[in-house]
Design a protein around this ligand. Sequence first.
Ligand SMILES: [Zn+2]
Length: 466
Amino acid sequence: MNFTIQNVLIAAVDDYATVDVQVVDGAIAAIAPSLEVVGTPINGKNKLLLPGFFNAHTHSSEMWQRGVIPPLPLELWLAHLYDFAPLDIEKVYLSALGTAVETLLSGGTSVVDHLVLIPGQELETIATAVRAYKEVGIRAFVSPLIQDESLTAGIPSGESEQNHEPYFRPTQATLELMEEAVRQFHRPDEGISILVAPTGIQLCSDALFEGCIELSNQYNLCRHSHLLETKAQEKLAQEKYGCTAVEHLKRIGYLSDRTSLAHCVHLSDTDITILAETKSTVVHNPLSNLRLGSGIAPILKYRQAGVNVTFGCDGASSNDSQDLLEAIKIGSLLHNVTDLDYQQWITCRQAVEMASLGGAKGLNMADKLGSLTVGKEADLVLYDLTKLSLLPRTDPIGLLVLGRPTNVVESVWVNGKQIVADGKVTTIDVDELQQQLFNHSQWDTNRKSQSVREIETHYRAVMGLS
Ligand SMILES: [Zn+2]
């Protein structure tokens, strides 16, 4: 398993250096020019080596609905999504494989899967995703998506009196389920971590958040939630707590240096200060926010306030791909139109650091992952700089971020184990996966959601749309 990548380009301060990189027992052992070859020699000539990126927020099973949901805001989109959610373990398996493969081939070595659970088969859903990620060999942060309020509770009431169905599973049972998942599957040393992941304030009680905090403290788990993705959620927080969602989450002790929060579109300046003080991480999902009309997260403000930011694709029904390089490109460029001061715009090198070290920080693993540093684990991606989309030779990182790189990932290692070689995943049969995805689906262009019809009138009234 030991190897030495020879004559490879790496980023140096403001420039590049050509070096050899030795990997021994899964960790980076040395980085310098002309090193002695340890283990297998690997030709790094005309290739760029970067630390693996983090796909820091996604929902793998949404793959089955990608490209099909009409243009709707989150609250209605969710109703549509859940009307057609795949309730099939085999599909969970295939979409986890697909999510892993697309992440790997766009520069990611880690995936945070905010995993939608099949009711009544919750542990089986988790086991299946874990099995898929282990087979591929990607580092996975499996975050079972839990809630204890029914979907309609996520829409503000406005002036009206709203009654919501109770959620089908009691809060305590959900927490017990989570503890069992941790016992069975939380194996960070083997590349599989379980996170506590209450979906967000819109559908979770304080009791659920508090139970998650306890589990997180007891088992040293990271915490992951959606936060203030939409205007409606901002309104809902005021209705529910009489303060902002961030103020409330701080009060109950949910925010910490191992808490990552997807979206964060509608935050006040005070909220931003709180995220900085609590060392929470923001996961920027620019494509999803555009697709659902949620808004543009004030990422440059976060960065100036010292908040750690990284990128996610979000689920494939609100993106509708799992191309991490695309998320990084849009997530960097988007802010050039919101902020006049170009000196604060995100540079390509900053984007790369956000996607790698930023991801590692958000998962409390910055001491082990996220940069090419001797002693860190070898989660590495080798890009082929002779591919058309990275030519002619200009600035490799500039082209990787701002260009439209296709088929440029040549090799990937996770924990020193090679899982992509010559641009192909070596651990699973991707042709077979494609065939299975094809077999388990059909062309489907005109889905009508009953739930959207039921809640749309109320949603439009409360959001002031006549
Ligand atoms: Zn999400």
